[in-house]
Ligand binder design. Structure first.
Ligand code: S3P
Length: 430
C-alpha cells in the first residue's frame, strides 16, 4: 500500500491543468460505441475508471484506434454490440457499471458485470428495477441488489420512471436503455443532477425532451451520429487545487480549461458562500458544455449550512469540502447528503473518521455531518479507505496541518487522477 507524506507548504501559486472530466470521458467512449460511424475524441481522462469502460467496450466488440493524440472509436450502432466471452470487469467504477447496465439491457445476449471489493457493495437495485420494468432480464446478487449483475435484454418497452434517488448514473442508465426501446422513455428525479448524458446524446441526434419538474425523456428507435470532441478538464479534480489554495495563506491558483456545467460547479458556489475569493470565468464551449477557468485565492472562511438542494451539484466534492470546513470559523452543517454513504466508500463515516484523526470536531447524521472549524490540527496518518477522493482530500487537509500528514492507500488517486501526487509536489515546491 502506497504511503505519501504531505508537509505543510509555502503558498501555492500558478496555473494548473487537470485531467479530462471523468463523467464526460465515460460517456465519450460509450455513446460513440452506439453511433453509426467513427468518432474522434481527445483529452480523455487516463484514470482506471475510464480505462474500465474502454476495456468493457473492447470485450463487447468495439474497436478503438489511437491516432495523433486522438482516440478513434468505431461505432456499432444502437443494439449492435457483440456478446462478451468473459465477465466484464468494471473495477472501482460505478459509472461504468450503471451506464453499461442500461446499454446491456438493450442487447439480447447474456452479459455479466462485476467490480472490485468496493463496487460489489454499492447499491444496484436503483438501476436493475427500472431495466426489469422495461422488459430486460436483470439480475444481481442478494435479491437483485448487488453486483455481480447478469443481463439478457433486447426488445425493451419504453418506461416512465420516477427515480427515488437523485442520481445521474441511474438517469443515464434508463435513458440509454430508452434508446433501445420503442416510444419515449421518461425519467423524473427528486433533484436535478448533472445532465451530460442528455446533452451529449441530444448532440448526437437523439430526440431528447425536457419537462418541468426535473423530467427528461428520450425517443427510442433512432440512430446516433458520430462525434468529434475535446473533453474539458474535470471540475471534481480542480476542486482539490481550489481546496489546497484555501489551506495555505498567500496561495493563488488558477485551474484552466475545466467543464463548467452547472450540475458540476456547486462546490465553487459553496466556497464563495463561505467567503472564499473564487472567480469562475467561462471562456468557450467544448463537447456541448461550457468550459473555462477557476481562480481561487487564499481567504479566511466562515462556516455555512449546506442545503439539500445544493448537494447534487457538489456530490463528489464533499471529501475535500470536509477539509475546507475544518479551517472555516464556526460549524459547517451538511444535510440531505445521504447518497454520500453509497459512494466509493461511505463518505460520511470515512470523512468524519479521517478529520477526527487530525483533531477536527465532527458529528455525523444519517444524511450528512457537522464540522467545527479552526480547532488545533495535529499531524495524523490518514487512510484513503480505498477511495480516490478521500486520498486526495486528506492530502489537501495535510497542507494546513503544522507538521503535515501521511496518506495511506495513496494509490487510490489513480482511479481519477494518476498525476495528482506529482502535481501536488510541483505546486507545493514552487
Ligand atoms: C456520475 C454521477 C454521480 C457521481 C459520480 C459520477 C456520473 O453518481 O457521484 O462520480 O458520471 O453520472 P450518482 O449518479 O450515483 O450520484
Amino acid at each position: 500500500m502506497a504511503k505519501k507524506e504531505v508537509r505543510a507548504s509555502g503558498p501555492l501559486r500558478g496555473d494548473v491543468r487537470v485531467p479530462g472530466d471523468k463523467s464526460l470521458s465515460h460517456r465519450a467512449l460509450l455513446f460513440p460505441a452506439l453511433a453509426e460511424g467513427t468518432s474522434k475524441v481527445r483529452g480523455l481522462q487516463g484514470g482506471l475508471d475510464v480505462r474500465a469502460t474502454r476495456d468493457c467496450l473492447t470485450r463487447l466488440g468495439v474497436v478503438f484506434r489511437e491516432e495523433e493524440g486522438a482516440l478513434l472509436i468505431e461505432g456499432r450502432g444502437i443494439g449492435g454490440l457483440s456478446e462478451p466471452e468473459v465477465i466484464l470487469d468494471c473495477a472501482n467504477s460505478g459509472t461504468t457499471m450503471r451506464l453499461m447496465s442500461g446499454v446491456l439491457a438493450g442487447h439480447p445476449f447474456l452479459s455479466v458485470l462485476t467490480g472490485d471489493e468496493h463496487l460489489i457493495k454499492r447499491p444496484m437495485a436503483r438501476v436493475l428495477d427500472p431495466l426489469r420494468e422495461m422488459g430486460a432480464l436483470a439480475l444481481g446478487r442478494r435479491e437483485d441488489t448487488l453486483a455481480p449483475l447478469v443481463f439478457r435484454g433486447g426488445s425493451l418497452r419504453s418506461l416512465t420512471w420516477k427515480s427515488p434517488v437523485a442520481s445521474a448514473q441511474v438517469k443515464s442508465a434508463i435513458l440509454l436503455a430508452g434508446l433501445h426501446a420503442r416510444g419515449v422513455t421518461w425519467v423524473e428525479e427528486p433533484k436535478p443532477t448533472r445532465d451530460h448524458t442528455e446533452r451529449m446524446l441530444g448532440g448526437m441526434g437523439a430526440k431528447v425532451f425536457y419537462e418541468d419538474g426535473n423530467r427528461v425523456g428520450i425517443k427510442g428507435g433512432g440512430s446516433l451520429s458520430p462525434i468529434e470532441m475535446d473533453v474539458p478538464g474535470d471540475p471534481s479534480s480542480a476542486a482539490f487545487w481550489a481546496g489546497a489554495a484555501l489551506m495555505v495563506p498567500g496561495s493563488d491558483v488558477t485551474i484552466r480549461n475545466i467543464c463548467l456545467n452547472e450540475g458540476r460547479t456547486g462546490f465553487f458556489n459553496l466556497l464563495r458562500r463561505m467567503g472564499a475569493e473564487v472567480e469562475v470565468k467561462a471562456t468557450h464551449e467544448a463537447a456541448g458544455e461550457p468550459v473555462g477557468d477557476v481562480r481561487v485565492r487564499y481567504s479566511t472562511l466562515e462556516a455555512i449550512e449546506v442545503l439539500p438542494e445544493e448537494v447534487p451539484a457538489a456530490i463528489d466534492e464533499f471529501p475535500v469540502f470536509g477539509a475546507v470546513a475544518s479551517i472555516a470559523r464556526g460549524e459547517t452543517v451538511i444535510r440531505g447528503a445521504e447518497e454520500l454513504r453509497f459512494k466509493e466508500s461511505d463518505r460520511i463515516e470515512a470523512v468524519a473518521g479521517e478529520l477526527a484523526k487530525a483533531g477536527v470536531p465532527v458529528k455525523t447524521f444519517e444524511d450528512g455531518m457537522a464540522i467545527t472549524g479552526l480547532a488545533k490540527l495535529s499531524p495524523a496518518t490518514f487512510s484513503s479507505h480505498g477511495d480516490h477522493r478521500l486520498a486526495m482530500s486528506m492530502a489537501v487537509l495535510s497542507l494546513a496541518i503544522p507538521g503535515g500528514g501521511v496518506v495511506e492507500g495513496a494509490e487510490a488517486a489513480s482511479v481519477s487522477y494518476p498525476e495528482f501526487w506529482n502535481t501536488l509536489a510541483t505546486l507545493s515546491a514552487k
